[in-house]
Design a protein around this ligand. Sequence first.
Ligand code: SAM
Length: 197
Amino acid sequence: MIDRNLLVGLHGKTLFYPCCGKDLTLPIELFASAISDFCFADKRPPWARRIRDAIPSTVEKVTGNAYRDINSGNIFLFNYYWQDAREVLKELPQLGVFFHRGDGLATEKGVSSGIPWLGEEYLGQILSKLVPGGFVVTDGSNCPQDGPFQLKRYYDTKEEEYAGTVFDEVFEYKGYTFSCLGNAGRRYGPTLIWQVN
Ligand SMILES: C[S@@+](CC[C@H](N)C(=O)[O-])C[C@H]1O[C@@H](n2cnc3c(N)ncnc32)[C@H](O)[C@@H]1O
């Protein structure tokens, strides 16, 4: 669903999805043709079945944790880090994609991570590692006061509240230009694909 020409800069790069839970399929479907290393991180352990079930049918196993996207031939690694995602981020090289959704800032129920991923501190770290033309894919989860409000405009909204919206907003944040390419599906609001330059 993303124009192939926009993905060429992602070869050799990493996709990072912190606090991913079981939500493994969509990032692979969107970026399997281009990304070289999928890094999922959650403090809960992965289940082998969960991973097996999450791999789309358009992808085949090569060996170990290496997979091939059948259409493009792109080979990528699937890595799941069972640890604090903030520590994983520190170790990662250049990112092609930051993917995060379905989470929350409130931790009372013990379900949400509470980590302000789209706030100044973490978004700053992420943007400093993101290649020009890389992507931030998010439903606006975990965007505190000091994060760009445009990213959380539709967070926690019902589908009827944004039905018919053309997601083509462009905004500037700390010298970066975010251009919205569209909606990749509903989580806690639409999962918007932003290209960042
Ligand atoms: C609300 S769930 C969201 C899961 C997924 N993003 C989704 O949309 O289904 C939040 C997840 O964050 C994980 N989590 C909480 N704190 C974490 C941390 N410090 N590092 C990594 N994962 C964490 C939890 O284990 C849980 O799986």
